[in-house]
Structure formats: C-alpha cells, structure tokens
Design a protein around this ligand. Structure first.
Ligand SMILES: C[S@@+](CC[C@H](N)C(=O)[O-])C[C@H]1O[C@@H](n2cnc3c(N)ncnc32)[C@H](O)[C@@H]1O
Length: 213
C-alpha cells in the first residue's frame, strides 16, 4: 500500500467525525450526534460530496456518509472538520451489512450517488430488491431514496424495480442539467460526476418512496 494511502488511513481513524465497523453505532446515532435531528445517509459516498454539501445547507439534519474505501472517505471527513460541520459523520463499512450499524426506524432518508452500475451482477446494484430490503430494516416508513447516476443501466433497472415493487416514484429527472429540479442537484457535483460530465454523459435523478404507504 502506498505511503499516502497509509497516512490517510491513520488520519481517517484520528478524525473525530469518523467511525468504522468496530464502533458500536446501532441505535446510538442520536447520542453520537448529540441531538434528535433526523439522520440521512449517503451510500457509496466516496469523497462525501453530497454528505458535506447537504450538511452545509441543512444544519437541522444529520448526515452519515458511507463507503468501504477509507482513503476516499478521508477527503470528506477532512473537509467537514475544516468547515466545522457538526452534523456530519463518515462510516467505513460494507453497505451489505448496514443493519449491523443502524437500528430499525433510525434512518429518515437515503441518497445514493453514482453507484457502480454492476453490469454483470444485478443483485449487487445498490437499488436492487435485495438492497432495498436491507434499507427497509433501518428506515422510517416514509423514507425516500434519492438516486443520482450517469448510468442508463442503473437508472433503467431502478425504474424497473420501482415498478415491480409497486413503489411510488416521486421525481424522475432524465437530465439534471437541462430540466427543472431542486438547486442542490445542479449545485453539488461529486468527484465521479465531474468526470462523467467531462465525457458528455447525461446525469439522471430518481426520488422514490422506499415503502408502499
Ligand atoms: C463510482 S464510486 C462513486 C463515489 C461518489 N459517490 C462519487 O460520486 O464520487 C462508487 C463507490 O461505491 C463504493 N461501494 C461500492 N459498493 C459498496 C459496498 N457494497 N459497500 C460500501 N461501499 C461500496 C466504492 O467504494 C466507491 O467509492
């Protein structure tokens, strides 16, 4: 492993806003944040661009950025420290085991930003029925999923899952940069999003209810 990566891992562990699979967090998130504000997750957050961007805009909401790669999370954690954001934490875990880290009804909403499209393994897509079932075990009944993606495959397969599970689609934006949508979708750009935009890809957005109400 490179020296830079090792140093980032050490710094990541030392930040006060970072946690990993060794930390006992399940059912303790309000205690960790020191308030009763809603808890919203960014899954596959990478450098945590949405975690930080949304936290700056919504000081009354707590955000947890989740990814398995500590060297990427390091960037978001450092920015949050530098900007004095108390409503941000970063958690280094496999999303597949999310129920080990959050209690039933502990989570109010989920953002998924530029997830790997997993062309050969539909079950591994973060909006597959398998993953939605994991999210139901930790989310409040009225939780919304926000998905931002460049991938036609991921976008179409998510719409199929929404239809198959008869979930309510609240918003469908085929091109975030040409269609009307909430400002934060245009204003907050992730690391991967900037790369895909430079290649001329179209950025899509879906917002849907996790449960049939
Ligand atoms: C394409 S990157 C997107 C990162 C960031 N959202 C962005 O837009 O810049 C996908 C991220 O998902 C993470 N990831 C994929 N599957 C995961 C899983 N099962 N558990 C935790 N992280 C996962 C990867 O580590 C990677 O950082």
């Amino acid at each position: 492993m490179s020296k830079g990566k090792l140093q980032k891992f050490a710094e990541f562990d030392a930040f006060e806003n970072t946690l990993d699979f060794n930390t006992d967090t399940k059912g303790r998130w309000h205690e960790i944040f020191g308030n009763q504000n809603p808890i919203v997750l960014e899954l596959a957050c990478g450098k945590g661009d949405y975690t930080v961007g949304l936290a700056k805009r919504n000081s009354h909401i707590n955000y947890v950025g989740i990814d398995i790669k500590g060297n990427r999370l390091w960037r978001g954690a450092k920015t949050a420290v530098e900007e004095g954001l108390n409503n941000v934490r970063f958690l280094r875990i496999q999303i597949d085991f999310i129920e080990k880290h959050f209690e039933k009804n502990e989570v109010s909403g989920i953002w998924i930003t530029f997830p790997d499209p997993q062309p050969a393994k539909a079950r591994k897509r973060l909006t597959s029925s398998r993953f939605l079932a994991h999210y139901r075990n930790i989310c409040k009944a009225d939780a919304q999923i926000h998905l931002k993606t460049d991938s036609d495959l991921f976008y179409e397969s998510t719409k199929e899952t929404i239809a198959e599970e008869r979930l309510t689609l609240l918003e469908n934006v085929e091109n975030v940069y040409t269609q009307p949508c909430v400002p934060e979708l245009k204003e907050i750009q992730t690391f991967y999003e900037k790369m895909w935009l430079a290649e001329g890809r179209t950025i899509k957005f879906l917002r849907f209810l996790l449960n049939r109400l």
